[in-house]
Design a protein around this ligand. Structure first.
Ligand SMILES: [Zn+2]
Length: 131
């Protein structure tokens, strides 16, 4: 599996790894629900292996909202498609309720992954980096 082997961006995103060394953790835990509600204590400030400071500049994480928005739209389109295919005669208000619930339920995972995706846009993988 070359696509999700160490050194690929997907490896860092899926396995909660530092984008630079792929060894240290990005989030302190792999539990998205805990990370969302206790993010100040569960987000690592620096990598425990290569000591990369994750917040590259002040306000860096605001950019992850763009990623989060894209994921939300994808979830909305997915659930809109599913409800229309599975229940062709569904009332539009019930359909909206299902889509909104899906967005709320997916939001912790969305939050967890969007920061990892965002930092992977800017940080390049450097193997064996331990300064
Ligand atoms: Zn690192």
């Amino acid at each position: 599996m070359r696509l999700i082997s160490k050194g690929s961006k997907l490896y860092s995103i899926l396995f909660n790894k530092c984008p630079k060394c792929h060894i240290g953790r990005f989030w302190a835990t792999n539990k998205p629900f805990r990370n969302m509600f206790f993010s100040t204590e569960n987000s690592c400030k620096t990598c425990e292996n290569c000591s990369l400071a994750y917040e590259l500049e002040t306000g860096f994480w605001y950019g992850s909202m763009y990623v989060s928005y894209a994921i939300s739209v994808a979830v909305m389109v997915l659930f809109w498609s599913l409800t229309t295919i599975l229940f062709p005669l569904i009332n539009i208000f019930n359909e909206i309720i299902i889509i909104v619930l899906a967005i709320i339920l997916v939001s912790p995972i969305n939050y967890h992954v969007s920061r990892l995706i965002w930092i992977n846009f800017f940080v390049k993988y450097i193997p064996n980096d331990t300064n």
